[in-house]
Design a binder for this molecule. Structure first.
Ligand code: C5P
Length: 226
């Protein structure tokens, strides 16, 4: 195929998409798009500047102009917004809530769409999100939809946040995840759902290595050149 190959990984929060996408991008030597980070960045900027979740026009304008850089760091990717490293704020409860609200606004999604497509650069791209296979890269040669039970996902997020030293409560986290799942799946624009041609992987009972093995097999079976 003539276009730069993309592997899309969509799915709900806590399904392991982020970890898997990062590993896969490293293994293939491809670029990585963490599209959720873009929605989270808009959320952080909005909270800092006092732009409300109801101000769709203001949020979209901000999303279009955000000065963002992703830099390789020892433990993943550092996110730089207007010159400041805001990586640690990206996954907080407050940011997650606001991100899921701004992500439901059509003008914000539109403002971020072109930015996301610009990540498609040789030799290839691994794109992680909710609508990578359905809306942003519908022609991707390999689409994955990673999911897990709500309980397993809440537990994974719990561990992740604990490791970062955040004080978290498992039952509140479970409720948050359910609320966000509901909002992401029922919104009118780009709702969370597998593309018709996506391979669905349920990782409830699987470790990371098993998921990676499954994906490598799918890559071999598909016609992706790398
Ligand atoms: O994946 P992550 O949890 O970082 O995404 C944060 C929020 O951004 C999600 O709750 C979802 O509402 C939104 N999102 C989206 N479309 C994407 C990626 C994330 O709507 N492609």
């Amino acid at each position: 195929m003539s276009r730069v190959p993309v592997i899309t990984i969509d799915g709900p929060g806590g399904s392991g998409k982020g970890t898997i996408a990062l590993r896969l991008a490293r293994a293939l030597g491809w670029h990585l798009l963490d599209s959720g980070a873009l929605y989270r960045l808009v959320a952080v900027a909005a909270l800092d500047r006092g732009v409300r979740a109801s101000d769709e026009t203001g949020l979209a304008r901000m999303a279009r102009k955000l000065d963002v850089r992703f830099e390789a760091a020892d433990d993943g990717v550092a996110v730089i917004l207007e010159g400041a490293d805001i990586t640690d704020r990206l996954r907080s409860h407050q940011t997650s809530e606001m991100a899921s609200r701004v992500a439901a606004l059509p003008s914000v999604r539109e403002a971020l769409a072109e930015r996301q497509r610009q990540f498609r650069q040789a030799p290839g791209l691994v794109a992680d999100g909710r609508d990578m296979g359905t809306v942003i890269f519908p022609d991707a040669p390999l689409k994955l939809y990673l999911t897990a039970s709500p309980e397993a996902r809440a537990e994974r997020r719990y561990k992740q946040l604990k490791e970062k030293g955040e004080s978290v409560n498992l039952s509140r986290l479970s409720q948050d995840i359910k609320k966000r799942d509901e909002r992401d799946s029922t919104r009118a624009i780009a709702p969370l759902k597998p593309a018709p041609d996506a391979h669905v992987i349920d990782s409830t009972e699987m470790g990371i290595n098993e998921v990676m093995d499954t994906i490598h097999k799918l890559i071999k079976e598909s016609n992706i050149s790398h």
